[in-house]
Design a protein around this ligand. Structure first.
Ligand code: J2J
Length: 539
């Protein structure tokens, strides 16, 4: 039985087409992981710090964890929040959940109590699995807060010195792990970048997701000899699936988790592990390019540097190409599905100036004007898509689904793009108000809400401001009641709402009024656009 609601399944005709074309092969996560363990038992699958895990060990750990979780009383189909940094436990935990038929819900290490509580409620989660310490934060305190709101939640924690069930102690009868999985059922819930309010949950099936990274492998040069480095948070969709660590495991390659994306640490690891491919967001890629010339480390093993998550400007792309001894690949993707790549043998013209073209010949890309009518090639419009690995609805969110999907099932990406005559996409901007801060998406509306909850704030509008390093930074325009609070206090206020630090406004500008000279009311979107414009004119 599939766990995808009827309204969110691909229509039967598309399903048939995707199967006939060989995209959906009925592969499942447990099946491919087990096959790799049998075939490549002694080969190193995962490297993290000094820990090296072979394919055989990964399989055994996943069995132990999966069986242990079922022994706790969890049932296949239950949702489990996972929150780990780039540490050795993360991949065995995720594989263990797959083996048990449990559905991982991927929180980022940066997420805090408000966000994690939201995911747990929205997903109807039964358990929370995390590492105790990462990046100076103690996740046992987050777990304690979570349990106050959701007392039924089971907590399993890796690391020492906590009162929860220890990941290391999990044990159960591995013969009770499910033997069969429906390839068209939901395998996990990924998080959306979120342009309105808190992140939405994205249901991805075995068939659709495995197709996306299997096909990505071919386009990114990943095979059994590759060494793929995860320098971005491993729970993020880009380093997970484009082709990401899942693609690398599917290829029988080696995954290297780096807990730092700083050039010094990452370069040392590239040299030590002979890394061949890495995915970065533009600001990090530029930092690496600057550092490459005077690094003591030999990074010549790197064949492909992928850059995505936010727009890479042509001049920046040129700088990367000049400074780094590898092929640049632009990646324009989204956790909801569609991923575009420049091809490794594309001309410089395409690699520098476009964000690539879709993975699949059956990704149906539509570019439309405000009235939903197709625009001509070369004209900018709203990007809509349907295809063999693009979702047709968010998990448990009718309101979002009504807004984000067309009547005929296309996903409205919110991106404004142009298509070149060769079918490549060039990202022009976006139609929704989120801030893309070095690849992390922040909803303006969500942060405005928190600012408005401050007793001294009368009104607030959060906008993105171009930033040399981050690509975009967030700026909150605030109208105070009587005595304005200090900017640092407001930032502290937002942080104390239990949010990821990247959501705290980078800058706060106080205003007496939002000088909207237009007659009558304007939308918040229009207001944000005007505030941004005025700010840019004044600086
Ligand atoms: C401009 N904007 C981009 C790019 C994403 C691969 C790569 C990235 C993501 C990702 C991903 C962009 N140029 N090259 O999931 O598998 C912006 C767009 C897009 C949104 C999606 C993957 N690459 N973007 O970034 O779900 O606005 O996925 O709609 O986090 O990031 O964000 P997210």
């Amino acid at each position: 039985m599939t766990n995808v609601p009827l309204s969110q399944r691909w229509p039967a005709a598309l399903e048939q087409k995707y199967k006939a074309a060989g995209y959906w092969r009925g592969e499942t996560f447990p099946a491919f992981l087990r096959e790799r363990a049998e075939r490549l038992g002694h080969k190193v699958a995962v490297v993290a710090g000094d820990t090296r895990i072979s394919y055989g060990e990964l399989d055994r750990e996943a069995c132990r964890i999966g069986a242990g979780l079922l022994a706790l009383g969890l049932n296949p189909g239950d949702r489990v929040i996972v929150q780990f940094g780039n540490v050795a436990e993360f991949i065995p935990v995720v594989c263990g959940l797959f083996y048990a038929g449990l559905i991982p819900v991927y929180a980022l290490p940066a997420h805090r109590i408000t966000e994690v509580t939201h995911f747990a409620k929205k997903a109807g989660a039964s358990a929370y699995l995390a590492g105790r310490h990462y990046g100076g934060f103690d996740y046992a305190t987050l777990a304690a807060g979570l349990c106050r709101t959701l007392p039924e939640l089971k907590v399993v924690m890796a690391g020492e010195g906590h009162d929860y069930i220890a990941l290391e102690q999990l044990a159960g009868d591995t013969s009770l792990l499910p033997a069969e999985f429906d390839p068209q059922s939901v395998a996990f819930l990924q998080l959306s970048g979120g342009s309105t309010g808190l992140s939405k949950l994205i249901p991805r099936t075995h068939d659709d997701y495995i197709y996306s990274f299997r096909a990505s492998n071919a386009l990114c040069g990943i095979d059994e000899h590759s060494v793929y480095m995860v320098a971005l948070p491993a729970a993020h969709n880009f380093p997970m699936s484009s082709p990401g660590w899942l693609g690398a495991l599917h290829a029988g390659a080696t995954v290297v988790l780096s807990d730092s994306a700083e050039p010094a640490a990452a370069f040392a690891l590239i040299e030590r592990e002979q890394v061949t491919c890495v995915g970065l967001v533009p600001p990090l890629a530029l930092l690496w390019a600057d550092a490459a010339g005077h690094s003591p480390h030999d990074i010549s093993s790197l064949k492909v540097m992928q850059v995505g998550g936010a727009k890479l400007l042509p001049e920046a792309a040129r700088r990367l190409q000049t400074a780094l001894p590898c092929t640049l690949q632009q990646v324009f993707g989204m956790a909801e599905g569609l991923v575009n790549y420049t091809r490794l043998n594309d001309s410089d013209e395409l690699i520098l100036n476009t964000q690539g073209r879709p993975i699949s010949p059956d990704d149906e890309v539509r570019i439309v004007n405000d009235n939903g009518e197709p625009v001509a090639d070369g004209e900018a419009g709203h990007l809509q898509v349907q295809g063999p690995y693009t979702i047709r609805g968010y998990h448990n969110d009718e309101a979002a689904n009504a807004k984000s999907f067309t009547a005929d099932g296309f996903y409205c990406t919110g991106d404004i793009v142009k298509r070149t005559p060769e079918g490549y996409l060039v990202v022009q901007g976006r139609a929704t108000d989120h801030i893309n801060r070095a690849g992390e998406k922040i909803s303006a509306e969500e942060i405005e809400d928190y600012l408005l909850s401050h007793p001294q704030v009368f009104d607030a509008a959060v906008v993105s401001i171009p930033d040399e390093y981050l690509g975009e930074r967030s700026c909150a325009f605030v109208i105070a009641r009587d005595q304005p609070p200090r900017a640092v206090e407001l930032k502290k206020w937002v942080r104390e709402q239990g949010l990821a630090a990247f959501k705290v406004p980078d800058q706060i500008v106080f205003a007496d009024a939002f000088d909207t000279t237009a007659v009558g009311k304007i939308s918040r979107r229009e207001l944000r656009a005007r505030l941004r414009q005025r700010y840019l004119e004044q600086t």
